[in-house]
Design a protein around this ligand. Structure first.
Ligand SMILES: *Cc1c(COP(=O)(O)O)cnc(C)c1O
Length: 358
């Protein structure tokens, strides 16, 4: 019997999505973003499936170390860089690329005498106002960095978009212009585009692209699904019914009795909840597939279970298969029903969920 709650990870879909990215940006090098445990899909599993990319990007140094220790020889960029000298030692030991985005990092680098040991991505804050040197500080940061013996030349150049998922927001073009203007005189390779940039902003495609969510088959845009973009969803989340019962008009369901039956109701109990990463704030009416057919969520999602209205499936019985997202039920739709984005759903899958590779 299948586990009570499991995720199927379709590795062929990863390859399909990567091919799609390469079709869109045939001349760019691909830095596959596999931070946060490969967006919840499994860091090493996804790295394995993406062997042919030109580089990996992770957020933190420990993620990079895990990849190296597993034997991956690719360029690995650590998007948050380092915050102390010990962490910098790990970049050298494990040959990780560092993002340099603040003065403290410049100071730590200036103290080092090793020659040409560290590849760096100098980050411009072109408008996201998170990591990176502001416009007016960028040239000075470049100068200081280029004088550090430990830094390999040429220095690579990077920025990140704040609003690229909104195709009508002029901010992305402003960020592209800002970046191009500031790096114009420097020789290093450039990188701007995340998934939304790759799909929505052709002029953001430069030497290196940084696809994340699209590799997992998920749309970066709110108004269109991955499938509609020609991507294949990588993760499906499944469970099963563990009880079916008949409730009377006026019976209330679950914690706080947040749902009360307005008529006699056939209730299905599904063995998955927020303890597995299914969102607790899924609204009443969020679709769930039981035996491949849509039924609405009712009541509150609890830790181990959730409940559905089986009015359209009077013959459903314990053991019947349930899909929370996947084939026939886009994760983008579930995200909308939960006032979130699909990124949080895939990242939120907990270790209790068994992973089945397909
Ligand atoms: C997470 C991240 C990406 C990938 O973003 P997606 O929207 O998933 O494509 C690219 N660049 C940076 C700096 C990131 O932090």
């Amino acid at each position: 019997m299948t586990p009570a709650a499991y995720a199927v990870i379709n590795l062929d879909a990863v390859q399909h999505n990567l091919n799609k990215v390469r079709e869109i940006a045939p001349n760019a090098k691909v830095m596959a973003v596999i931070k946060a445990n490969g967006y919840g899909h499994g860091l090493l599993r996804i790295a394995e499936a993406l062997q042919t990319v030109d580089a990996f990007a992770v957020a933190r140094v420990d993620e990079g170390i895990r990849l190296r220790k597993a034997g991956f020889q690719h360029r690995i960029a650590v998007l948050e860089g380092f915050t102390c000298s010990e962490e910098l030692d790990d970049f050298l030991l494990y040959r990780l690329d560092a993002t340099v985005h603040c003065d403290l990092q410049l100071e730590l680098l200036a103290k080092r005498t090793e020659q040409d040991q560290l590849s760096v991505w100098l980050k411009l804050d072109s408008g996201m106002n998170r990591l990176g040197f502001k416009k007016n500080d960028f040239a000075a940061a470049y100068q200081r960095l280029s004088q550090c013996p430990i830094v390999k030349n040429p220095i690579k150049l990077i920025t990140h978009f704040a609003n690229a998922d909104d195709k009508n927001d002029p901010k992305t073009l402003q960020q592209i212009d800002c970046f191009n203007a500031l790096v114009a005189d420097y020789p290093g390779e450039r990188s701007m585009a995340n998934s939304a940039g790759i799909l929505g902003w052709p002029t953001s495609i430069t030497d290196w692209i940084r696809p994340g969510v699209i590799l997992y088959g998920i749309s970066p845009f709110a108004d269109i699904t991955g499938e509609e973009l020609g991507l294949m969803p990588v993760m499906e989340l499944h469970s099963r019914l563990i009880a079916v019962k008949h409730l009377d008009k006026g019976d209330s369901v679950g914690y706080s009795g947040s749902w009360t039956c307005e008529q006699p109701t056939t209730l299905g109990v599904v063995a998955i909840g927020y303890g597995d990463g299914y969102p607790r704030y899924a609204k009443i009416g969020t679709p769930v597939l039981v035996n491949g057919q849509r039924v609405p969520l009712i009541g509150r999602v609890s830790m181990d279970m959730l409940t559905v209205d089986l009015a359209s499936q009077p013959d459903a019985k314990p053991g019947d298969p349930v899909t929370l997202w996947g084939q026939g039920l886009a994760i983008e739709e579930i995200a909308r029903c939960t006032d979130t984005i699909p990124y949080t759903l895939v990242c939120g899958i907990t270790p209790r969920v068994q992973i089945i590779e397909d």
